[in-house]
Design a protein around this ligand. Structure first.
Ligand code: SAM
Length: 213
């Protein structure tokens, strides 16, 4: 399945720049293996309902779904072109129980079908931490976990997110350091949802980025 994924990415990258990769080793290390680091965070057993916000070309949601087929995986992506790729990927890999939501997270999080409906939220390379929390926490059930894949500096980001955490119902659970390939260590930040997010969040599309909490 990963080989098919590479083939499809190659096809698309030759037409339009879907992701920046120099070679297949980089793709395997910095996208596939990096995405799978999420498995080090909390329990991933059973039929968990997971949403990947801003999945782009499918990271980290698709590698997770390939390795744990029992997951019910929702891929959220706002860009039309990326959604066309993702739809083709889901079909070609025959990913049953993998659903594409082609819309902005700010809109989907107010839909009753998705609000407070997920056991896990995963987010990689989407905006600053306060924005990630505003987009992600509304999707989580109380007691569920949001896993934010962050870079080299994480403590400073957490310090700047204390207001967002307390307004949105999140609490830092743990930080896991990891290293893939030659890169400097990166961090997985695990946030537990401790109370329901107030209905006014997330704010209108674009506002979380423009005026972070
Ligand atoms: N998560 C992927 C990864 O790690 O390779 C993609 C990262 S890419 C830098 C960010 C993606 O998030 C883009 O495809 C963008 O369209 C999507 N995105 C950003 N804000 C979004 C929002 N509010 N709702 C849905 N998708 C969003």
């Amino acid at each position: 399945m990963f080989l098919k994924y590479i083939e499809l990415l190659d096809q698309w990258n030759s037409k339009c720049n879907l992701i920046k990769i120099r070679d297949h080793l980089e793709l395997v290390e910095y996208h596939f293996l990096d995405s799978l680091q999420i498995l080090r965070t909390c329990s991933w057993e059973g039929r968990l309902r997971v949403v990947d916000i801003g999945t782009g070309a499918g990271f980290p949601g698709v590698p997770l779904k390939i390795c744990l087929p029992n997951l019910e995986m929702y891929l959220v992506e706002a860009q039309r072109r990326r959604c066309v790729f993702l739809q083709q990927l889901i079909e070609e890999l025959n990913l049953t129980g993998c659903y594409l939501l082609c819309n902005r997270a700010e809109i989907l999080a107010h839909n009753l079908e998705y609000r407070a409906a997920f056991d896990r939220v995963v987010v990689r390379a989407v905006s600053s931490l306060p924005v990630v929390l505003e987009l992600g926490l509304p999707f989580l059930k109380e007691g569920g976990f949001l896993v934010a894949m962050r870079g080299v500096e994480v403590q400073d980001e957490i310090n700047k997110s204390s207001r967002a955490l307390s307004l949105l119902g999140g609490e830092v659970n743990k930080i896991v350091e990891y290293q893939v390939g030659e890169r400097r260590p990166h961090h997985l930040l695990i946030v537990r949802k401790v109370f329901a997010t107030p209905p006014k969040y997330p704010r209108r599309p674009g506002i979380p980025q423009k005026r972070p909490l």
